[in-house]
Ligand binder design. Structure first.
Ligand code: DGJ
Length: 727
């Protein structure tokens, strides 16, 4: 049993892996948070329920000063009745009032975990997970709090269902997916801000007395912020200290609010961004929030990341490809941009086949009359003057070279210069009387309209059925503006951002049902929609449009805080790099790309013989090591910075018999130190042989004394070491 209810103390304790979480039903019916941290063996926790009268903190009508909602940590917080911290929910009634005051009514505990209709959600077998449904009610509006506990992982999944049992329509102004309160506040906040081509850099700062908000209002989860934050103890490092990670399984407007209050307590929340949301709920209707997942680690950031990786790989990603080795691909984008025809593509495919590459991906520019980014989005039929005879003959020739074929789409977008826009201007997000803003000279389709999604499904199916296409890259190259839809009445206009996400998810679901073996790579101008919600539909996401290996070190480091290596799209590209102008050794570019899904994004025919040999070796290494990278355990060893010249990471196989260590020194230090890296996650008593060297080392020695690195010869030097246990 991982969920226990102590009837005497009215305390719930949830045990997830080596963590416990506890809360109590107060005498007045509110639900007070008690504890979240390392595993406990008792429910005798009533002593943690502290009621202290505080000046200027009002109490509810049925209580005394000690009962103020402003003071006691809560499981789901009220609004308008004296808790001045961030509220969990606000529901407006027909009289216009939105005070929201929910109390415990009942609960049920059962094995397994229900899915959430139309939304991504983690899953688990009955023997792996147990769920608590805690029903709170504010009169006839109910809030069912779902807590699912993963028995072997320090993870609790949470979501909330709002049910309108009244005879009148109500409006949900806010419904957080979860609230997580702490009775103390000495934490650092860690999150992943960024920008296009500079996604998910780690930022860490001490909490201060304010509401710190991490959010997207751009319609997509965005490059700028990721639906994730962690609170970590000030002493937390990669290997030690406590870390609480919170991620939202959602790809649209989200907000995470972290408030250090007047008593140095912390309230945190994550959910749909209330600034751009409202939901009309008729009598007997229900609304289910996106799911949030909470991870606890007593082993610092590394432990938190490994728990997220295990959760996402085993209990979130559904794809047929989840545990399968992905084909090594070459993508033509940086090789040709829009300037290609069938012959040029075939020459790239021939070069790729000679080197052992397994799939050609045809990127943007194959449809409508698209020669640049000003036209044709929405016209998902072949640009015949580039690809004579359509896709079928091209794919046939590519397949004859023993390469699979993949294709780029940008389903949610439309160009003004397109047949689709001319036929259906009403399918575009727009506000009457206001001109539509453009981003990359394109407009956004109204994914809330079922006929738009149905049309896109039919158009994509027609292409996928025209030739053996085994992979698609699903791009989205702008954020949403003029978010209006003629199909929604005035009192539903604020539903549109969420309905857009639901429509986008539905299109994914339809495609997955029809093509269960299709490999889909998510993308939004690089990593602008790299979130846990998308991983329910796609097993991998293009991490960034910045393919520079040195820039990628920081991007992939931040991304790996919660997303597994198997989900990170990463390619070797040409030098000087197209985004930064930097030249990095070819070997290093391979080492960095191998930390993700691995592929190439350059014209292979332009490589010299020495580079071709390196590509062959890299591909052989990919086949040799991919099971360690994709299925193994990641240890981040170091990040290059002011006092440390090396970025290093290590993948260890599940049985700890193999390890792959990757190191890059971005800058050569003239006459610099001799470096070494200390490994982690090995069996201390096991002897490991260093491949290509013949020397053997005890795991214990490698973890304590480390592995020496060769002398650096230039900026961007990289090394990879493979260690195998000696039988
Ligand atoms: C943005 C993507 O991230 C790139 O990889 C490429 O597919 C372009 N879009 C094509 O327009």
């Amino acid at each position: 049993m991982s969920i226990v209810f102590d009837e005497n103390n009215r305390i719930f304790r949830l045990d997830a892996g080596d963590s416990s979480y506890a809360f109590l039903i107060e005498p007045n019916g509110y639900v007070a948070h008690l504890y979240y941290g390392g595993r406990l063996n008792t429910t005798d926790l009533r002593y943690l329920y502290r009621r202290t009268p505080r000046a200027f903190s009002p109490n509810p009508a049925d209580g005394t000063a000690e009962d103020s909602r402003d003071v006691i940590p809560q499981e789901y917080s009220t609004s308008g009745i004296g808790d001045y911290r961030v509220p969990s929910a606000k529901v407006r009634r027909s009289d216009g009032y939105n005070a929201t005051d929910m109390k415990y009514r009942s609960h049920r505990i059962y094995r397994g975990k229900p899915a959430i209709a139309g939304l991504p959600a983690t899953f688990g077998k009955e023997e792996e997970v147990e769920t608590l449904e805690l029903l709170l009610a504010d009169g006839d509006v109910e809030f069912t709090l779902f807590y699912t506990v993963f028995e072997h992982l320090p993870v609790i999944a949470r979501s909330v269902k709002v049910s309108n049992r009244s005879g009148e329509t109500v409006y949900i102004e806010k419904a957080a997916s979860c609230t997580l309160d702490f009775a103390y506040g000495d934490f650092d906040l860690l999150h992943l801000p960024g920008a296009w081509a500079r996604e998910r850099h780690v930022e860490r700062r001490k909490l201060n007395h304010s509401i710190q908000r991490i959010e997207s209002g751009r319609g997509l989860s965005s490059h700028q912020h990721n639906p994730f934050f962690a609170l970590v103890t000030p002493d937390a490092t990669e290997t030690a200290g406590e870390a609480y990670g919170v991620a939202l399984l959602y790809s649209g407007n989200f907000s995470a609010e972290i408030e250090l209050d007047q008593f140095d307590q912390v309230r945190t929340q994550i959910g749909i961004n209330p600034d751009t949301f409202e939901w009309k709920l008729g009598p007997n209707e229900e609304f289910h929030t996106p799911e949030a997942v909470l991870v606890y680690s007593a082993e610092g950031l590394g432990g938190m990341s490994r728990a997220f990786h295990d959760l996402f790989r085993r209990h979130l990603i559904r794809s047929y490809w989840r545990d399968r080795k992905r084909p090594v691909l070459v993508n033509n984008w940086e090789a040709t941009y829009f300037n290609f025809d069938a012959e040029k593509l075939i020459r790239i495919a021939e070069g790729a086949a000679r080197l052992g590459i397994e799939m050609l991906v045809l990127d943007d520019g194959w449809f409508g009359h698209r020669d640049d980014d000003r036209s044709s989005l929405g016209d998902w039929f072949v640009f015949e003057s580039k690809l004579k005879g359509g896709l079928a003959p091209l794919v046939k020739r590519v397949n004859e070279l023993e390469l699979k074929f993949g294709l780029w789409f940008e389903p949610e977008m439309v160009s003004r210069d397109s047949e689709l826009f001319r036929a259906h201007p009403e399918w575009v997000l727009s506000i009457p009387g206001r001109p539509c803003s453009e981003g990359r000279q394109q407009l956004v389709l109204d994914m809330s309209q079922p006929e738009v999604v149905d049309h896109l499904f039919r158009a994509i199916c027609a292409i996928l059925d025209s030739a053996p296409i085994e992979y698609i890259k699903w791009d989205a190259n702008r954020h949403l503006t003029e978010v209006g839809s003629a199909t929604l009445p005035a009192d539903r206009k604020k539903e549109l951002f969420h309905r857009y996400v639901l429509g986008m998810y539905r299109l994914h679901e339809l495609l997955l049902e029809r093509y269960p073996k299709l490999l889909i790579e998510g993308c939004s101008g690089g990593g602008g929609r790299f979130d846990a919600g998308m991983l329910y539909y796609v097993p991998q996401i293009w991490t960034s449009d910045d393919t520079d290996a040195i820039e990628r070190l920081e991007i992939q480091y931040g991304t790996s805080l919660l997303y597994p290596s198997s989900a990170m799209g990463a390619h070797v590209s040409a030098c000087p790099n197209h985004q930064t102008g930097r030249t990095t050794p070819f070997e290093t570019r391979g080492i960095v790309a191998m930390a993700g899904t691995f592929g190439y994004e350059l014209d292979l025919n332009k490589l010299d013989e020495a580079e071709c040999d390196i590509v062959r070796r890299q591909i052989a290494d990919y086949h040799r090591y991919n099971h360690i990278i994709a299925q193994g355990t990641l240890y981040r060893l170091s990040m290059a910075g002011a006092t440390n010249p090396i970025t290093a990471w290590e993948h260890v196989s599940a049985d700890r018999s193999e390890a792959l260590v990757s190191c890059v020194q971005p800058r050569n230090v003239p006459n610099g130190p001799l470096n070494h890296v200390r490994l982690r996650g090995l069996e201390p008593e096991t002897l490991y042989e260093l491949a290509g060297d013949g020397r053997c080392f005890l795991g214990d020695t490698l973890m304590k004394a480390g592995l020496p690195l060769p002398r650096v010869e230039s900026d961007g030097c990289g090394w990879q070491f493979y260690l195998k246990a000696v039988k």
